[in-house]
Design a protein around this ligand. Structure first.
Ligand SMILES: [Zn+2]
Length: 339
């Protein structure tokens, strides 16, 4: 089969197409004929060297996989050849204490999904979710790490309620856009923070009530307080992390919930702990996506409540070009590879 193989970290040109043997599946795995694979910024940092964890050589990148089941291992219980599936970014054991308490995302035996930059990929059955025929592989492949995580943040961690103000940082990104749509579907009034004036129209189109364009270092909390009658937002969904933490925390209402989803830069933050209790704030960590959350995100897409946008589709041979585009940050929506 053809695969994009990485033998060292570096510029996009380290991604080279090679002929490889078909992956041999383990008893709990399925062999997926890849229909499409998303190219996320996480793939970019695994390739350019900013991220080291779990990187080995030779490596086939790509946790964002959708396709058709071709073969199943002896212990596979639900799936059969011909089923259409998409994947979670990891698989969990299903039996440890964390898995049994709704925290499969923090399973002690958690293993990352990889191998989507190829014609075929071996994936644990536990990491897959069936998708309906109406859902295109171009969209399904990247729902877990975007709409799925956003649903986890808004519905299950921050528990957004009708009529609340929800501040979304990194609004035009892969997590930001579905966060806005899911918060709107939950009846919230969304205030979106973005660095780019050019993305304002798109963010308003999907339902944000207010868009604040804030370059790096800009204290947007004054804007947020003005938009909320001085009270601040009951919920912050922070997809950016350190660089916007201070203005985001200032924007949080008394008694508010601060859901931390993303940390894009390797920086520390500093806060006087008294500010947390003076504000009666809850700081909440959002981690990845459970199977049931991914299933529900798929339902919302099929029902037309979330509108994932595919920016561009590249063949496997152009993986380097796709990476350069994603790394440039100029694209709105997901870049997708199609073997
Ligand atoms: Zn487990």
């Amino acid at each position: 089969m053809r695969a994009v193989v990485m033998r060292e970290q570096g510029a996009p040109s380290v991604l080279k197409i090679e002929d490889m043997p078909l992956p041999v599946i383990k008893p709990h795995e399925v062999l997926i004929k890849v229909g499409a694979t998303g190219v996320s910024y996480h793939d970019v940092v695994e390739r350019n060297g900013a991220y080291q964890r779990g990187v080995h050589f030779p490596m086939v990148l790509g946790p964002e996989i959708a396709g058709t089941v071709e073969q199943v291992g002896d212990q596979v219980r639900e799936l059969k050849p011909g089923d259409r599936v998409c994947c979670k970014p990891f698989h969990s054991c299903g039996v440890c204490r964390r898995c049994r308490n709704g925290m499969e995302t923090a399973c002690k035996s958690r293993k990352g999904t990889r191998g989507g930059y190829a014609e075929y990929a071996a994936v644990a059955e536990e990491a897959t979710v069936r998708i309906p025929d109406s859902l295109h592989f171009h969209v399904a492949c990247w729902l877990a790490g975007t709409a799925g995580v956003a649903l986890n943040a808004i519905r299950d961690v921050a528990r957004v309620r009708l009529g609340e103000h929800v501040l979304v940082t990194g609004a035009s990104g892969g997590l930001g856009l579905p966060s806005i749509e899911i918060a709107c579907a939950a009846g919230a009034i969304v205030i979106a923070i973005t660095r780019s004036e050019a993305k304002r129209a798109e963010i308003e189109k999907i339902g944000a009530s207010h868009v604040v364009v804030a370059p790096d270092g800009h204290d947007f909390s004054k804007d947020v307080l003005a938009l909320t009658g001085g009270d601040g937002a009951e919920v912050v969904v922070d997809n950016v992390g350190s660089r916007v933490f201070t203005p985001s925390f200032r924007s949080l209402a008394v008694g508010g919930r601060y859901a931390l989803v993303g940390q894009l830069f390797r920086e520390e933050i500093s806060i006087n702990p008294a500010r947390i209790f003076f504000k009666r704030a809850q700081i909440l960590g959002v981690g990845s996506v459970r199977r049931d959350q991914l299933e529900d995100a798929i339902k919302l897409v099929v029902a037309g409540k979330i509108h994932p946008k595919v920016a561009q589709v590249f063949p496997l041979e152009k993986a380097a070009e796709a990476h350069a585009l994603v790394e440039s940050g100029s694209v709105l929506g997901r870049v997708v590879l199609e073997p």
